[in-house]
Design a protein around this ligand. Structure first.
Ligand code: F6P
Length: 373
């Protein structure tokens, strides 16, 4: 039982429709203690037939492959004989009870589409207990007995909070940033990387024609994974990431020595979260142009990286993780994140995932330096 401040003074307990058979969780009000509580039936999820209505939502920044995950969750749930629901606009929709039934046909033709047909949002309200209690109430009012949360760090912290309040939740690892603990690679990373690579390859062509230096800024929030990997795979001359202190003078020296070694172009890939991101570096290079001896041209990829159609890797990863999340609920397990570890679909407790970020493999940083020569 988890207690929280009452959003209203009224005592309430969600009525269950007869079809549900067994309660997954019940939101109630304890007048004596003056608090709301979530009571979980001891048999919750012990058998797949105990759970009849399951919802899925996508949250945080969208990622190519989210639709493939939604499709897998919905169709696997239908395979288990459940009614499937889609929550619109992430946790915001959950708080507002914005959810609709989803049939197998409702997820037709979305496998190859980027974005998320359910919509997504960043929802500060859900970080409050009041917001989460509203969400629990909406879940109970709609007779939802289990939830799949497709998203990254913030989303899985939200999933953990809901799970701590007694509601059966399973997470699916999805973010282009690849900074989520519990999965070596997350849904959307591969497609986002390929989009960055296409841009880098093109910039290299024009950079070579003009013997110019180019700077490409990629997304990734505070994680340098996308920048480092696209730098390695794109053959960049230098990479700048938040995990390593950047010195603009050293970057200028890298560019200069690239030309001295006979290269016809110089590309720096910069992570948006680096101390010297595209704006900062441009400013620095402009200010010291005479002394540094060259000018930089900058391209910021931004959301272009997120909007692509998912490639084969992301479609398959999303499909496998979505199906595994539903199967996990069917086995009566919850409170875990489904991710890929050592090539296997694996479950990591949400309490280990929440609030943590995955560390970058610094061996790859050394590799990038060696290969840039
Ligand atoms: O987390 C995914 C991500 O695309 C980050 O790389 C980026 O910093 C952030 O989301 C941008 O968020 P928004 O789309 O809300 O501006």
């Amino acid at each position: 039982m988890v207690c929280g401040k009452p959003p209203t003074a009224r005592s309430e307990r969600a009525d269950r429709s007869p079809h549900t058979g067994c309660l997954a969780s019940t939101l109630g009000y304890d007048a004596k203690e003056n608090c709301f509580f979530v009571a979980v039936s001891p048999d919750v999820g012990a058998r797949e037939d105990l759970m009849k209505r399951i919802a899925v939502l996508t949250s945080g920044g969208d990622a190519p492959g989210m639709n493939a995950a939604i499709r897998a969750v919905v169709r696997t749930g239908i395979h288990h004989g459940w009614e499937m629901y889609g929550v619109r606009q992430g946790y915001e929709g959950l708080i507002n009870g914005n959810m609709t039934p989803m049939t197998a046909r409702d997820v037709s033709g979305i496998l190859q589409q980027g974005g998320t047909v359910l919509g997504s949002a960043r929802c500060p309200d859900f970080t409050t207990e009041d917001g989460r209690l509203k969400a629990l109430r909406a879940l109970n009012q709609n007779d939802i007995e289990g939830l799949v949360v497709i998203g990254g760090n913030g989303s899985q912290s939200g999933a953990h909070a809901l799970s701590e309040m007694g509601f059966p939740v399973v997470g699916v690892a999805s973010t282009i940033d690849n900074d989520l603990y519990g999965s070596e690679i997350t849904i959307g990373v591969d497609t986002a990387l390929n989009i960055a690579l296409e841009a880098i390859d093109r910039l290299k062509v024009t950079a070579s024609s003009h013997q110019r230096a180019f700077l490409v800024e990629v997304m990734g929030r505070n994680c340098g994974y996308l920048a480092l990997m696209s730098g390695i795979a794109g053959g960049a001359e230098a990479v700048s990431i938040p995990e390593v202190e950047t010195n603009p003078e050293a970057l200028a020296q890298e560019l200069r020595s690239s030309y001295q070694r006979g290269k016809s172009h110089a590309i720096i890939v910069v992570a948006e979260g680096a101390k010297y991101n595209a704006d900062e570096l441009l400013h620095y290079f402009d200010k010291h142009r005479d002394r540094l001896g060259f000018q930089l041209r900058a391209t910021t990829l931004g959301h272009v990286q997120r909007g692509g159609a998912p490639g084969a890797f992301d479609r398959l990863l999303a499909t496998r993780l979505g199906a595994a999340a539903t199967d996990t609920l069917a086995r009566g397990e919850h409170g875990v994140l489904m991710g890929l570890l050592r090539g296997e679909i694996s479950a990591t407790p949400l309490e280990e995932v929440a609030g943590k970020t995955k560390e970058l493999d610094m061996g790859l940083w050394e590799l990038a330096e060696i290969l840039a020569k």
